[in-house]
Design a protein around this ligand. Structure first.
Ligand code: VLZ
Length: 134
């Protein structure tokens, strides 16, 4: 296993979350609230099994998956569009492809020093988030 993402992580920067949410078709009022949030991620990594729990004062999102095993993702509370998701390793990066109605949808997690990085992609928009260990 290349790296361990396990832990509780607090958002410290969030670049172009607005663009990402707009690409997902999130309405204006929801975007206004969501872009003020400082979500926390609780990641549990046990071999090939992961859970990523993103929590905030407004909404929570829970994801569980196994590396290399495609699953149906409902994106409940986000854009509510179903997609087929697949998470794989690319060296020390965790890459998720979310195949569905939206082109180029997915995300990448990696560690840089003590920080957790996340790139969220949808269509031509890229959101860049950085988290620090709680
Ligand atoms: O994260 O795909 O760590 O799912 C934001 C909740 C959750 C705040 C964003 C409410 C999920 C937003 C990002 C209302 C529109 C994401 C994956 C990678 C795991």
């Amino acid at each position: 296993m290349p790296v361990d993402f396990s832990g509780t992580w607090n958002l410290v920067s969030n670049d172009n979350f607005e663009g990402y949410m707009t690409a997902l078709g999130i309405d204006f009022a929801t975007r206004k609230i969501a872009k003020m949030l400082k979500p926390q991620k609780v990641i549990k990594q046990d071999g090939d099994l992961f859970s990523i729990h993103t929590t905030s004062t407004f909404r929570d999102y829970m994801l569980q998956f196994k590396i290399g095993e495609e699953f149906e993702e409902d994106n409940k509370g986000l854009d509510n569009r179903k997609c087929k998701s697949l998470v794989t390793w690319d060296n020390d990066k965790l890459i998720c492809v979310q195949a569905g109605e939206k082109k180029n949808r997915g995300w990448t997690h990696w560690l840089e020093g003590d920080d957790l990085h996340l790139e969220l992609r949808c269509e031509n928009q890229v959101c860049k988030q950085v988290f620090k260990k709680a």
